[in-house]
Design a protein around this ligand. Sequence first.
Ligand SMILES: Cc1cc2nc3c(=O)[nH]c(=O)nc-3n(C[C@H](O)[C@H](O)[C@H](O)COP(=O)(O)OP(=O)(O)OC[C@H]3O[C@@H](n4cnc5c(N)ncnc54)[C@H](O)[C@@H]3O)c2cc1C
Length: 406
Amino acid sequence: MAQDRPILVAGGGIGGLAAALGLARAGFTVTVLERAPALAEIGAGIQLGPNAFQAFDHLGIGDEARALAVYVDRLRLMDALTAEDIASIDLTEPFRRRFGNPYAVVHRGDLHGVMLRACQAEPRVTLRTSSMVTGYEQDGASVTALLQSGESVRGAVLIGADGLWSRIRQRVVGDGPPRVTGHTTYRSVIPTEQMPEDLRWNAATLWAGPKCHIVHYPLSGWKQFNLVVTYHNDAPEPVAGQPVGEEEVMAGFHHVHPRAQSIIRHGRDWKLWVLCDRDPVERWVDGRVALLGDAAHPTLQYLAQGACMAMEDGVVLAQEMAARPEAPEAALEAYRRRRLLRTARVQLQSRQVGEHIYHPAGAHAALRNSIMAAKSREAWYDAINWLYGETGLDDAPSPRAALAGA
Ligand SMILES: Cc1cc2nc3c(=O)[nH]c(=O)nc-3n(C[C@H](O)[C@H](O)[C@H](O)COP(=O)(O)OP(=O)(O)OC[C@H]3O[C@@H](n4cnc5c(N)ncnc54)[C@H](O)[C@@H]3O)c2cc1C
């Protein structure tokens, strides 16, 4: 395809690299502008639903991604006050048959590395670091990214994949800082031998307690365990990645069962995040500029879907651009339409899951336990079908039909 100017992508996180890869595979030249001096991800785990694997296949990295995943065989819900099992969702063969792909957990750095190597091997992708985008200008025929250095970079389209604190969003939407949720998350990754032996389950496990929960799962070929503990302590200010001591982490967990507490005691080098999200908005596009990933629809991590949605965005963006290469503004609008309701549902439902499943107390928690324990495997699968089964990624428009309609 003839293309005078590259597509510019602000941000080289999982969303930005997915967009770059998808667009390059569709024949576009792409320049990624990342503000950090190196392209990297924080050292923690990430859960990947079957929809992530569908996205990997569309991006041409399915084999590489599958090779580094740990395939957990259950999503296990425990009561953090009693240390009793509440319910679990079977992720083995019946799950894979139903959703066409597995459920897995990976190290973020490993996943980002797969995407980065694929971009580096792709001649159509240029990766630029130390390139902070502070704004943009557009004239109807092109868009110019303005960098902090004073440099201007001209492109056909600009994708704002610059995360929760997106500068591009402030031009497109202008809705100020994200919402501080008051939920504080602490993360630690420990060698498997430091995890209590009787808790080395092949499961993504969540211990639900009043105003708090604990998550753990194996990583990196079972060499490590990922620990994530969250406390709804009404923290007022956003924080990202601040080192904290064990006593501060334990402060929110004195009321839970000693077995649940012991998980925290095994953590090392804890880091703290005060979680933020946003209400869904309809405006993601401004002419030749569009938002993607956390810049467009930041969410609590309670459905484990922020990165999965960012990758899906990258696939759909590439499909719509490929269908309308001569009409980028229409392509961005088609991308937005295909992604809006699904990502809004993830944003809103993630909050609901926190309030009604992970953090309730008393009768509310007892009701949760009773309803969840009674659910059959098929009922679970039906309940999550919208997320894992109805991704819309295979609904790509036919290029010729789309061009005719553009
Ligand atoms: C505790 C926790 C657990 C999570 N667990 C899961 C999970 O299990 N599964 C899941 O799918 N998701 C999970 N998520 C969500 C997931 O991490 C995010 O949704 C995902 O990383 C978003 O990717 P992104 O590329 O949109 O943004 P980011 O990862 O934030 O990347 C943005 C990139 O843009 C760069 N940048 C920022 N500003 C600029 C600028 N002005 N110019 C140029 N570059 C810029 C940044 O340096 C960064 O590289 C979790 C999140 C948290 C906090």
